[in-house]
Ligand binder design. Sequence first.
Ligand SMILES: Nc1ncnc2c1ncn2[C@@H]1O[C@H](COP(=O)(O)OP(=O)(O)OP(=O)(O)O)[C@@H](O)[C@H]1O
Length: 693
Amino acid sequence: MDHSQQQKRCNTVLLSPAQTPRSSVRRSLRDSLSMDLWGSNVKPDRGVNVEVILRCRPLNDDEKELKLPVVISCHEDKGEVSVVQNTAYKQIDKTFSFDKVFGPTSQQKELFDEAISPIVNEVLEGYNCTIFAYGQTGTGKTYTMEGGRVGVVESGEFPRDVGIIPRAVQQIFDVLEARDEDYSMKVTFLELYNEDIMDLLAPDESLNGPDDKSRKPIALMEDGRGGVFIRGLEQEVVCTADRIYKILEKGSAKRHTADSLLNMQSSRSHTIFSITIHVKESSSNGEELMKCGKLNLVDLAGSENVVRSGAKEGRVREAGEINKSLLTLGRVINALVEHSGHVPYRDSKLTRLLRDSLGGNTKTCIIATVSPSIHSLEETLNTLDYAHRAKKIKNRPEVNQRVAKSELIKDLYKEIERLRQEIYDEKEKNGIYTPHDRFQIEEAERKALAEQIKSMEFDLVFKDKELMGLQKLYDTQQTLTAELSEKLQMTQKDLEKTQNTLLEIEGRNRKANATIKEKEHLISHLLQSEKSLTKQASELREELEHVASEASNLFSKLEQQDKLENGNKNLVQKFQTHLAKQLDVLHQTVAASVTQQEEHLKSMEKDFDYSLSKKMGGIQELTAQVRNLKKTHESGIKSLDDISEELDMSYRSAFSNLTSEVSRNSSALVGHFEEKTATPGSFQNIAVDKIHV
Ligand SMILES: Nc1ncnc2c1ncn2[C@@H]1O[C@H](COP(=O)(O)OP(=O)(O)OP(=O)(O)O)[C@@H](O)[C@H]1O
């Protein structure tokens, strides 16, 4: 639906800004409309419990970087949250149940569709509903209520981080347009900062930002009917969702925020964004009536630990005020849960503003936000405890009274008349004129003030008693403190002693560790040496075995050599004897031959002499032949002598060669053997040396 179509049905006829839609009286209408609230039939006298939702955000980047342990587990199906911490010093195991639980992975849309959408429908049925976010600073209250910027809405889908308020606004417009209703809508946006109410929709008088001192607080007044109203709070009539998103954005920008250690943009104020819707209805008799519903969306400032949030100077006061108002809220919740007679709504503006939402006629939903990290454990337990208690608060939601359109117009005319009269008086400076309505309101305020004084007197008596009790408690506490400080001193001394002993033990431990390290180093070194020695020993053994086999080879070779030598000697001896025998034979042969020759010669001489005598002619020839024969004989003898000498010499040289060859071989063998036998000895020496190392 486009804006022009929206504006066609959106009227600007509204109740006076001072009026808040109220339930009651018109039983007939209420009975017909008092229907199912969050799924059950409402019995006004019995009441309906405040709905409490728990949302746990994911770990943020800092928490992830610090690797902080997660101590929260969400069981969405059972509607339970468990807190588990198991350390040597602390053991926590607690489970809390809530109406709905949304874990760290839950999305904005999921939370809205499941928990908030039914509440928005109740508002459209004419109920006043309040949704407020409560939790430690930085746990996602503003993220849940407002979320990211709406920006451009494509095909009816918001960006995923858009929060409850824009989604509720969209749903309201969608439903009204789908039903083709005649309606009008207005919004207000205020913040409660240091117990002052600031209007976030007030026109900008200066552009100096939220800390500008010219921003004036506005007054919270009693309306004389048990309720409150804020005088001068701007109400903007709106006809489109876009306009509301802009208002929201503009108002949020004016909100007091500051960076703290726990949140870069921490809200330092509580805000209440309200949407009031009037829808035209026709009664059975054709009378035009106005059905009115109101949705309050409250983003509380974070409950915080001043030390952990790193609050400084002015911020400490802010934190103090925030904690004070949240403490009052806690006391109101306690009083409602315990059904105490006195509920201290008046103790803070926050509880005065939320009065109708806590134990009144408003349908209320609390969204408690927590962080999953161990760092926030204490605050998380507080929030869970607080929220769990709040579940017991009973409200009596009632549908708002339908106002006849004619009455509404009459009211508006009266309002116009009153304003006109005020302007006239202002112009004429005609004394002080108080219009009847204003007079009635002021009378109501006076009455309310008187009531307030009475209640304060009552409070005073109550507080006096409380003070006396506290004084007694203080005295006891003083004694206890003195005792405790004594004990503390003793404990501190003990602690110092223990610390000293611890330091000593730590020193010894360090030394022992160093010695152990040294020894470990030595052992590893020795093990390494042992390994290398074993390796070397096995290598040596292999070498020794090799050398021993070589030595035995050599010995067997030597033996063979000896045998060979002996054989050679025998051979030489045999050869010698054989040679001697042969020489003997030769001598004998030669001698025999010489004797034979001589005998032959003699016989020849005889024959010659005979022949000479016989043959004188051939004597000379024979003589020459004899001479030749003699020469041949002499040369034969000489050559035989030469042969014998030669043989003798060759025998001698052969023998001496053989002897020298044998001795050379023997010395070579001895040298080689010595060399081989010397090597294992050196290996042994090395091995023995290494083992000694
Ligand atoms: N459910 C979530 N998913 C993703 N981011 C989240 C969620 N809840 C919170 N954050 C992120 O954590 C940071 C703090 O959130 P937020 O400002 O809403 O906390 P807060 O409770 O409103 O704090 P304070 O009380 O200080 O204002 C923001 O950056 C917000 O985007």
